[in-house]
Design a protein around this ligand. Structure first.
Ligand code: PBG
Length: 332
């Protein structure tokens, strides 16, 4: 878009439109609203439990009753969607990951509870094997190799169980090849035509996921790294190919992850494809900001400022652990 060169000073004084709050708001180019936010939540067994995640100040693993109460508060403040991540009990983490497609697993019970009690809130899920896997990987591991096609079959089962429970949006975060097409074919065949897929299309092999792995109990278990399936942080064109591929296979929306260190990718995706584009402001980004705010090193304004960066970069919405706090801040 052409940027008009300003008239020479003093005909042009760019400070004129910055003079008051009302004038600044009149010419604001972007805005974050609570409706743009998807709130990722860590769930666990129990009742009345709120178990802090030390590497994520202000974030806790919640039992389903507490999760429901907090989801209702967030929804009341304007947050339109919630995304569930289970902390799976250690004895349910197995090599075959069978708990992932158990209709009664923690996530599927949470989906049913939310859809029964808070039908207006969209429920998004995570599709990947890591919360159920003995070794912390997103796919089946045999002889140190992450199996692609066998994993995709398991992901399809997982997706169908989540659809059965009432999920609105499926979030495949595993980065196996062919999973979007396989899930789309299966959901169509099973009659879940209305279930959307928000593909973690451009998911990079990032160091910023550390606190998340603490939260879901995968850090101590992870053997090796995820570089054979997540995208190399050096690669922009490959990220765009991932997005193109997932759209071709039937994704309704795409995600770039992490967020702030990859805003160039967000902008490129929006410009290139013009589709609903999301960023995930991941656990490590949250930890940096929330940790600095907690210590008084940064003011709380950085929360909304960071979310605005995603809108400026072309994103339609953001997955952020700040969602409830941001919604409250936006209410004033
Ligand atoms: C794994 C998954 C990860 C996140 C969401 N789903 C971590 C990983 O790939 O190891 C990270 C989210 C965050 O860091 O906030 N399927």
């Amino acid at each position: 878009m052409p940027v008009h060169a300003p008239a020479p000073f003093p005909a042009a004084r760019l400070r004129r439109m910055r003079r008051t709050h009302a004038l600044r708001d009149l010419v604001a180019e972007h805005a974050v609203t609570a409706a743009d936010l998807i709130w990722p939540v860590f769930i666990r067994e129990g009742t009345g439990v709120e178990e802090p995640v030390p590497s994520m100040p202000g974030v806790s693993r919640l039992s389903l009753d507490v999760m429901l109460r907090k989801a209702a508060e967030a929804h009341e403040a304007g947050v339109g969607a919630i995304c569930l991540f289970p902390y799976t009990a250690p004895d349910l983490r197995t090599e075959d990951c069978a708990e992932a497609w158990n209709p009664e697993n923690l996530t599927n019970r949470a989906i049913r509870l939310l859809k029964a009690e808070l039908p207006g809130m969209a429920v998004m899920t995570d599709i990947a094997l890591d919360p159920y896997n003995i070794n912390g990987h997103d796919g089946f591991v045999v002889d140190g190799q992450i199996l692609n096609d066998e994993t995709v079959e398991a992901l399809v089962r997982m997706a169908l169980a989540q659809c059965e429970a009432g999920a609105d949006i499926l979030g495949p975060s595993d980065m196996m090849d062919g999973r979007i097409g396989a899930i789309r074919t299966a959901t169509e065949a099973a009659g879940f035509q209305g279930v959307a897929i928000l593909s973690y299309a451009a998911k990079f092999a990032s160091g910023f996921y550390g606190p998340f792995r603490d939260a879901v109990g995968a850090s101590g278990r992870l053997v090796g790294d995820k570089k054979t399936y997540q995208v190399n942080p050096a690669n922009r064109l490959e990220a765009l190919r991932c997005v193109a591929r997932d759209l071709d296979e039937g994704a309704d929306m795409v995600m770039v992850k992490p967020g702030m260190p990859y805003l160039d990718i967000c902008r490129a995706v929006k410009d290139e494809f013009g589709v609903p584009t999301f960023a995930y402001q991941v656990s490590g980004e949250y930890a940096m900001l929330a940790g600095a705010i907690e210590r008084g090193w940064l003011g709380e304004t950085v929360m909304l400022e960071s979310l605005l960066s995603f809108k400026r970069a072309g994103c339609d919405g953001v997955l952020t652990y700040f969602a409830p706090a941001a919604a409250r801040a936006l209410r004033g």
